[in-house]
Write a protein that binds this ligand. Structure first.
Ligand SMILES: *Cc1c(COP(=O)(O)O)cnc(C)c1O
Length: 424
């Protein structure tokens, strides 16, 4: 299996090359050259996420040296469950928040770390992972690489713009993980990382890599929980389900489209966005106009220029997807609040602000058989959720352990020179 760039101007790469590079040489994103048709009956017969992951991903690793290590990579990455909880009204919720940092990004980050670790030559200089985060990514990446020999991680986050609990998850690691609190916004953090990659003297001193959500090493494993949930739903309820996915940078959504393309029983896919309207405007007006990022209650979806749109467009032949191919609905902060407030009574669940966007969209859909994707545990966003439900949210044990550790960070101005000084 080879991987080509969405922009078509970069030579095809092997999976290992694509994972190590992140971005294709022409600035595009890597996509599979063709979609393998997987053996659905064989996948259905597997037991447990690691085995399903291995069976599903084997064709995507075909011909790559990493293929031989896929069993180990899958058992390392899929070591926590993704339960499907059946609710009323032919609806189910796919809980993706049982990993170390209580958000779905743990799956992709752990898989990427396991793959990258196996790609490092024995005597190589340590690999420096630079990651800019608006909250969830940085924690998941830090957790996945913490304590791994051969990696040094620098997490850049915007001062004062992440929640207290998110900041704890970014700053609690120590060792090979350094948290850099940047006096600027998320865009400033991203700009700094970009500048670092373009700085010749820095890249001659350090081997740099990024771990953001455009990485194939994060996307491919995300297909796995869609496969598991689609099988389970069909088995229990006798009909294929559609998925409603809370979306920002569209990585999680892309993985679901890829799973469907590979032949899994996924009826349709509907995306829920927050007030950042780049995607919904594009689908209704055909006009791709990335705008400035708007801050909402679902902060991890605050993306004005969703980078994985390139992959979704490529999948739909480069044209504006039709309604039958891709639907999305924008959910306002007021609707998010209502979704959380009414969630306890309507669904018997406490939703986090991201999942609340998807529930709001589910409630507006008539057809039965929907799986709502729950991307984070509500305890991560207790300062929003608790006042709305007028109660407290229990903190899962793995999260409680992280929140107990002291914060360690360095504060820097949003200047490349300050980042360089920290990197050494
Ligand atoms: C990152 C994130 C999202 C958005 O996922 P994308 O792949 O960027 O679309 C949604 N919810 C939570 C909790 C997240 O952390």
């Amino acid at each position: 299996m080879r991987y080509v760039s969405t922009r078509g101007d970069s030579p095809p790469a092997s999976l290992s090359e694509a994972i190590e590079r992140g971005l294709a040489t022409d600035g595009g994103l890597y996509v599979p050259e063709s979609f393998p048709s997987v053996n659905i009956a064989a996948l259905r017969a597997t037991e447990g996420l690691p085995a399903l992951a291995e069976a599903l991903l084997t064709p995507f690793f075909a011909g790559d040296p990493l293929g031989e290590q896929l069993t180990d990579i899958c058992s390392e990455a899929f070591n926590f469950p993704a339960p499907l909880r059946l609710l009323a009204r032919d609806t189910a919720v796919l809980e993706l928040f049982h990993g170390p940092t209580a958000a779905f990004k743990d799956f992709g980050a752990r898989f990427l770390a396991a793959a990258l670790a196996r790609l490092q030559p024995a005597e190589a200089e340590p690999l420096t992972v630079l990651v800019a985060t608006s909250g969830d990514t940085g924690g998941a990446v830090a957790a996945a690489f913490a304590g791994r020999p051969g990696f040094e991680v620098f997490v850049l986050y915007p001062a004062g713009m992440v929640s207290e609990r998110q900041e704890r998850q970014l700053t609690c690691w120590g060792g090979n993980v350094t948290a850099l609190r940047v006096r600027g916004d998320f865009d400033a953090c991203q700009r700094l990382v970009k500048e670092a990659f373009q700085d010749p003297s820095l890249s001659s001193r350090r081997r740099l890599t990024s771990a953001n959500s455009i990485s194939l090493g994060r996307l491919l494993p995300q297909m796995v929980y869609y496969a598991a949930a689609s099988f389970e739903y069909e088995l229990v309820r006798g009909a294929p389900a559609g998925f409603v996915i809370p979306s920002g940078n569209l990585g999680n959504a892309t993985a679901c489209f890829w799973a469907r393309k590979a032949g899994l029983p996924i009826r349709e896919i509907v995306l829920a966005t927050n007030a950042n309207e780049t995607l919904t405007r594009f689908l209704s007006e055909g006009d791709w106009r990335p705008g400035a990022t708007i801050q909402t209650l679902a902060t991890a979806m605050d993306v004005g220029n969703p980078s994985n749109m390139e992959r979704l467009l490529q999948l739909h032949g480069g044209d504006v997807p039709t309604r039958a191919e891709l639907r999305a609905r924008l959910v306002t902060d007021d609707e998010i609040r209502r979704g959380i407030t009414e969630g306890v009574e309507r669904w018997g669940q406490i939703w986090d602000p991201h999942t609340a966007t998807a529930i709001t969209v589910r409630e507006s859909l008539d057809a039965p058989h929907w799986i709502v994707v729950s991307t984070a545990h509500p305890a991560k966003f207790e300062s929003i959720v608790e006042p709305l439900i007028e109660g407290t949210v229990d903190v899962p044990q793995q999260l409680a352990e992280l929140l107990d550790r002291p914060k360690q960070y360095r504060e820097i101005a949003p200047e490349l020179s300050e980042l360089e000084a920290r990197l050494g």
